[in-house]
Design a protein around this ligand. Structure first.
Ligand code: PRX
Length: 635
């Protein structure tokens, strides 16, 4: 029995028990058998959740790109590593072999070195889903620079906040991007962001849309001419297992975005291990994850996990609705996709369209279907199962987070019987716990509580960049010696987990994590706004949408209010990005507050969800009368 590849349920339970009885032995075996290390570790694990400090494979030396690229060259040199499917179906797909990937990454890495980037420097990557994005990520890893990819849908303010937070020396971007029928001026957004960033010395620009852009003398350079003259081989920086690999920002319920810091060795081992098992990847398979590399899903399951297994991984530049709602299925047929991994919001959007969009295409190559990012509702699960998988493909509902680095709870296809809306069982080495209101672990099944993880796993984030105290406060202070996920969950009679959603002020809209505080801060910047509160409410396609309650400094006419709504969403777009726009904006005379001045979001959530039959006790409010006013005018 190999620990690395689980093939049936009995084997899963056996391996799981072993992994919990002796996690160090378990991960040591996996690490030893399946990766190339320049030097072996001195100690498998050192941890203390009270500090918190987590170290895996201490003393080991490696470079993750040697594991993702170089070691495949002699057996898989001509195998496609990255299959690029452009936004426009008329543009040809690109098959980039492992040998070509090696050359591209080496050239890029040499350019970075030549431009003064070295080990430990932060590089912001603000690129669309084009091959250069993957090359950029890997080129940073090749030379030990810390990449921080910022999703190319974020605004200039969001971009500059991230650049300044990590003190990036360089930005990698493109002249623009294609997104469905639109083009986006990425370089213009970078220029705007850099007006308030001092640390950036160089901007390298990839050409994608051939637009006429401003190039700042001395700062900006086109990437391609530099790549053309760079050496095609590049020695890999030898990294410590615990050296930083990347920073990825995620929203918190309050304050600035958190720069989650991931390190090298444990992240590589865990993402590769989970990729192999959760997708049951086999050598000839073509795997497609539709996420953007700007999110953790893309880092772990488009780039690192698949490439560490020598897989063929698809990068898709487009959107599911362009040129029509059949695009995903057209791509599945065209490239004979075997594993397909997407988000519930995409499934719900496509399920609303005519079934003809699915049935036109031959989807018989599909073996495993995945979902991630938010709870999948039963209806969407069945639609995916019946119409895409034709009831033959197990659905892996994978639960994890930016902070966890890799999938923690998921069925293993062909082993774990699936159950709609349940992420089912923990991966080997993962020890979940459900906690009650008193902070006690709930033993036995069934159970309903807050989800914690009791023991470290190799790919967990090690810190928040520049703010270790915040890391401790956010994840390790609520439940003593445990990692708190921020999610609620149920456990059924057989021990299957169902994630029910966030229990804090993070709202997941179309699979994107949005903190309420930054959006409220943005709205409050509008000169007419005195105060605001944001809550989520159920939405057919997005899962949740945003409802804003806004107090104006002066009350105006309805006509003016409609303009104000547009302006408020404009301010949000400028500060965060269009993904954080509000679906509903209600102007209110006041907000329900406790006597200590805290907004009672529970009440606002109920009103937004049209669930006002039981608002709970409002008598402790400072201003109970305002609740009636808000209800009367609710949208
Ligand atoms: O609430 C959970 C939800 O997404 C959150 C993590 O978001 P993010 O860091 O952006 O990472 C998303 C991609 C890994 C979690 O705290 N979530 C993620 N996957 C699921 C989920 N909720 C229910 N079921 C899932 N499969």
């Amino acid at each position: 029995m190999s620990n690395y590849h689980i093939k049936h349920l009995e084997e899963y339970y056996q391996i799981y028990r072993k992994s919990v009885r002796n996690p160090e032995n378990f991960w040591e075996e996996v690490a030893e058998e399946h990766f190339e290390w320049r030097k072996r570790w001195d100690k498998v694990l050192d941890w203390d959740f009270t500090k918190p400090e987590i170290k895996w494979f201490q003393g080991a030396k490696l470079n993750i790109t040697e594991n993702c690229i170089d070691r495949h060259l002699h057996i898989r040199g001509n195998k496609t590593a990255i299959l690029f499917e452009p936004n426009d179906p008329k543009e040809e797909a690109q098959h980039i072999t492992y040998r070509q990937l090696h050359e591209k990454v080496c050239r890029f890495a040499n350019v970075l070195r030549e431009k003064g980037i070295g080990k430990g420097d932060r590089v912001i990557i603000y690129l669309p889903m084009i091959p250069e994005l993957a090359f950029a990520v890997l080129a940073c890893a090749r030379i030990g620079a810390i990449h921080s990819v910022v999703f190319a849908g974020f605004s200039s303010t969001a971009l500059s906040t991230r650049i300044n937070d990590c003190g990036a020396k360089m930005v990698l971007t493109s002249d623009g991007s294609f997104r469905g029928s639109k083009t986006i001026d990425l370089k213009g957004i970078v220029d705007e962001a850099l007006k308030s960033c001092k640390s950036v010395e160089k901007v390298l620009v990839a050409k994608r849309i051939n637009s006429d852009i401003h190039m700042e003398e001395g700062r900006d350079e086109w990437l391609q001419p530099l790549l053309d003259v760079a050496y095609s081989d590049c020695s890999a920086e030898v990294m410590d297992a615990e050296d930083p690999l990347f920073i990825l920002y995620t929203s918190g319920s309050t304050g600035r975005p958190k720069g989650m810091l991931h390190t090298t060795g444990g992240y590589m081992v865990y993402t590769a291990y989970t990729f192999k098992n959760v997708f049951q990847y086999r050598e000839e398979d073509i795997y497609w994850c539709t996420a953007d590399i700007g999110w953790i899903t893309g880092h772990s399951y488009i780039v690192y996990g698949p490439l560490a297994n020598g897989a063929t991984t698809v990068m898709f530049e487009g959107v599911p609705s362009y040129p029509d709602f059949g695009r995903f299925w057209e791509v599945v047929e065209k490239h004979k996709i075997n594993q397909f991994y997407t988000a519930p919001t995409a499934i719900r959007a496509l399920a609303k369209e005519n079934l003809g969009f699915v049935n036109t295409y031959d989807l018989s190559s599909l073996k495993v279907l995945g979902t991630v990012g938010e709870p999948i509702n039963e209806e969407a699960w069945h639609w995916y199962n019946d119409h895409v998988g034709e009831k033959k493909c197990p659905i892996v509902d994978t639960w994890w987070q930016t902070e966890t680095g890799g999938i923690l709870i998921s069925p293993i296809p062909f082993s774990t019987p699936t159950k709609p809306t349940y992420a089912t069982l923990p991966m080997p080495g993962v020890q979940p716990a459900l906690m009650d209101e008193n902070g006690e672990e709930i033993k036995g099944n069934p159970a309903d509580g807050r989800l914690c993880i009791k023991f470290p796993w190799p790919s967990m984030a090690r810190s928040i960049w520049g703010d270790h105290q915040r890391y401790k406060d956010t994840y390790f202070s609520a439940y003593g010696n445990k990692y708190f996920t921020g999610d609620g969950a149920l456990r059924d009679e057989v021990g299957y987990y169902r994630i029910t959603g966030r229990v804090d002020d993070v709202i997941i809209v179309s699979g994107h994590n949005l903190g309420t505080a930054p959006i409220e801060d943005a709205i409050n910047e509008h000169p007419a706004v005195a105060e605001s509160a944001i809550v989520g409410f159920p939405h057919d396609i997005k899962g949740n949408a945003l409802y804003g309650y806004v107090i104006l400094k002066e009350t105006g006419e309805t006509r003016v209010k409609d303009n104000l709504r547009k302006e408020i969403n404009q301010v949000i777009t400028e500060h965060i990005g269009p993904i954080a726009k509000l679906d509903k904006i209600q102007f209110v005379p006041g907000l329900p507050k406790t006597r200590s001045g805290k907004i009672m979001r529970r009440i606002l959530r109920k009103i937004a969800s049209k669930d006002t039959s039981n608002l709970g006790d409002t008598s402790t409010l400072l201003n109970p009368e305002v609740v009636e006013d808000i209800m009367q005018e609710a949208l």
